[in-house]
Design a protein around this ligand. Structure first.
Ligand SMILES: [Zn+2]
Length: 374
């Protein structure tokens, strides 16, 4: 049961591509030699001293965390600072560190999918969907006998792929016409005479990034001197990826019941779960966002959700929550922790390594008291 660190990183970056991370984020391999062998991988939310000690106790060769170790630049990794100590401890314990943060937030499945799943949500869609991959459509008119050749060329250049299908195209036959003028060198027809002939109208989709390559491939094999073709930009559609999720609860519950349910299914923390508004309000649709979801309050209200569960909600944004949206504020660590098991299972399915999830509570809030007067 071993794999090289380079192989494990490749699998993790396939699940959570670094290009999906926000520009301010710091994701990917932080500590580790790509040639090192990996047998055990520990997943945790925070790369803090206690978690690194746990990784050493468990004999882990790699620690995968959600939160970055360094988010800003540093000029020292000396063990005189908490972060420097983490680097030292990891290296002396021959343990790598890999971070998947905002790239895991927007993945599908990602951090908020796992949160939605533990809460029991169904029919889950992104709360702030990212657009699906932009597509173009190529429409080209080609003599019937040359249609297969043109289709083969454009599909080889990246056109005609839809999900698990390739060579997808639509063709109809109709009549094309043209008149070659002086100076033309027509492959069919005569200068000065109108020519009519059967042509195939060939339509196929392509990723917008392949536009130049597909058009060049088509022009290279098209028999005409001046091929007629259209490149159409297809309207953008919401994709599967994005921040937050919204879905239906299996049955309607009150805010009070939902708060109790959330506190029971999320890992235990001192702060638990608190909610705003009328405790007897009925909730059918719930929006969620793992981690600090302040920025999604508007989207949560617009989504038609009755309530929004996230972490780190602030007084003013919560007081001014739009449209009577009930808010559930959970511990930041607890809302992200469910993702660890999901990520671990996906890595274990793709690599011959043992995986484990840290159960150390690294939420910074450790004590909570209700006022005796409440
Ligand atoms: Zn977070």
């Amino acid at each position: 049961m071993t794999a090289s660190l380079a192989d494990v990183v490749e699998i993790l970056e396939d699940l959570y591509p670094p290009s999906w991370a926000e520009s301010w984020d710091a994701v990917g391999l932080v500590v580790g030699d790509p040639d090192a062998q990996v047998r055990r991988v520990l997943f945790a939310v925070d790369p803090v001293d206690r978690v690194v000690a746990e990784a050493a106790d468990r004999g882990a060769d790699l620690l995968v965390t959600h939160h970055p170790l360094y988010l800003r630049g540093t000029t020292s990794v000396a063990a005189t600072s908490p972060k420097g100590r983490v680097v030292h401890r990891l290296i002396s314990g021959r343990c790598g560190l890999f971070v998947a943060h905002t790239n895991a937030d927007v993945a599908a499945p990602g951090v908020s999918d796992a949160l939605a799943a533990v809460l029991g949500l169904v029919d889950v869609v992104p709360l702030q969907p990212l657009p699906a991959e932009p597509l173009d459509k190529l429409v080209v008119f080609v003599p019937v006998a040359d249609a297969d050749k043109v289709l083969a060329a454009v599909t080889a250049a990246g056109a005609g792929a839809l999900g698990d299908y390739d060579q997808c195209a639509w063709r109809t036959t109709g009549e094309g016409m043209f008149r070659p003028l002086a100076g033309a060198a027509p492959s069919v027809g005569t200068i000065g005479e109108v020519t009519r002939l059967e042509e195939t109208r060939l339509e196929t989709v392509l990723p917008r990034g392949r536009r130049g390559a597909v058009v060049r491939a088509m022009l290279a094999v098209h028999p005409y001197e001046e091929p007629a073709y259209d490149v159409l930009e297809l309207a953008s559609l919401p994709g599967d990826r994005g921040l937050g999720r919204v879905g239906r609860l299996p049955e309607p519950v009150t805010v009070e019941e939902l708060t109790r349910h959330a506190a029971a299914v999320l890992p235990a923390t001192a702060s638990g779960v608190r909610a705003s508004g009328d405790p007897l309000r009925v909730v059918e649709t719930l929006a969620v966002c793992g981690g600090a979801g302040d920025s999604l309050l508007e989207q949560a209200a617009r989504s038609g959700a009755d309530a929004f569960l996230t972490a780190d909600l602030r007084h003013h944004s919560a007081s001014e929550a739009p449209g009577g949206l009930a808010l559930l504020d959970a511990a930041h660590w607890a809302t992200e922790w469910p993702w660890l098991a999901d990520a671990a299972a996906r890595l274990a399915a793709a690599a011959t390594v043992d995986t484990a999830v840290s159960t150390l509570v690294t939420d910074p809030w450790t004590t909570h008291s209700r006022s005796p007067h409440a």
